[in-house]
Design a protein around this ligand. Structure first.
Ligand SMILES: Nc1ncnc2c1ncn2[C@@H]1O[C@H](COP(=O)(O)OP(=O)(O)O)[C@@H](O)[C@H]1O
Ligand SMILES: Cc1ncc(COP(=O)(O)OP(=O)(O)O)c(N)n1
Length: 267
């Protein structure tokens, strides 16, 4: 069985973070492992509190996994401080080889900051060059590049700038723009649009986490990067189509393996 590791924060409400990642891995038939970097007190409406995990225990979690278990792909999510970014990047550098998907989590849908402002520079310098692909949403790409993104042309300009920052590949998610949710893939040379159809629902909590961990799961299963993104886009579209109307805020994406099989999702 293939394996994937998520290095991210815990969402007590189960819709985003580590919980969304592990559900996504399972739905792909991939064995999931986790390194928890922060615990959030969160539900579909709000983030009430955040407790970062001590960097020593973050390092120990990574070492415990790599000293014993195979890791076929890694997804990085919420790493909120410079210290945590330094710890994770230096530990992963030592362990090389596996593909890394970086979701540069900055702010939750409910508006809570999940990355300290002084940590953006560390994310760019330490994590971006380590990743095989980075998957910012529009506000995150704006923060990384300083470019205001309002159109698909702006997305192209921002993707190119993110590659200049050292990213090998970029998937800039278009969910925050008006119109259909088209995501732009740029590999440093060519662009490709992964087109979506907007599902008119408020239940989109954890969409970014779900997409990035689906890419990681598909990479763990030895798909090439383009195919991994293509399948992940199919997966997130279904996960939003069948999202759950639970909680009083943004309900979560849906992750049942049988549902995806019935809908014809090609694993
Ligand atoms: N309402 C929607 N219907 C269909 N796809 C969507 C919708 N909202 C977002 N997406 C897709 O979900 C993925 C996550 O996008 P986005 O919401 O922009 O990221 P984030 O959760 O990081 O803010 C992208 O592939 C995006 O195109
Ligand atoms: C613990 C934790 N990590 C990441 C996020 C952000 O997740 P995302 O998939 O971008 O979903 P929304 O917050 O935008 O719904 C999070 N909320 N919590």
């Amino acid at each position: 069985m293939k394996t994937a590791l998520t290095i991210a924060g815990s969402d007590s409400g189960g819709g985003a973070g580590i919980q969304a990642d592990l559900k996504t891995f399972s739905a792909h038939g991939v064995f999931g492992m986790s390194v928890i970097t922060a615990v959030t007190a969160q539900n579909t409406k709000e983030v009430r509190g955040v407790q970062n995990i001590d960097v020593d225990i973050i390092r120990q979690q990574i070492e415990a996994i790599y000293d014993d278990l195979p890791v076929n792909a890694v997804k990085i999510g919420m790493l909120s401080s410079v210290e945590i970014i330094d710890t994770v990047s230096s530990s992963l550098k030592e362990r090389k080889s596996q593909p890394i998907v970086l979701d540069p989590v900055m702010i939750s849908k409910s508006g809570h900051s999940l990355l300290l402002p002084n940590a953006v520079k560390a994310l760019i310098e330490k994590l971006v060059p380590l990743a095989d692909i980075i998957t910012p949403n529009v506000p995150e790409a704006e923060e990384l590049t300083g470019i205001k993104i309002q159109t698909e042309e702006d997305m192209v300009t921002a993707c190119k700038k993110i590659c200049e920052l050292g990213a090998a590949n970029v998937l800039l998610k278009g969910g925050h723009l008006e119109g259909e949710p088209h995501d732009l893939f740029f590999n440093g040379e060519n662009i490709h649009w992964f087109k979506g159809k907007r599902v008119h629902t408020k239940n989109t909590h954890g969409t970014g986490c779900t997409l990035s961990s689906a890419i990681a799961a598909n990479l763990a299963k030895e798909n090439d990067l383009y195919t991994a993104v293509k399948k992940a886009k199919q997966y997130i579209s279904m996960a939003i189509t069948h999202s759950l109307d639970i909680g009083k805020g943004h309900g979560p994406t849906h992750h049942f393996y049988e549902l995806y099989q019935k809908a014809g999702y090609q694993q």
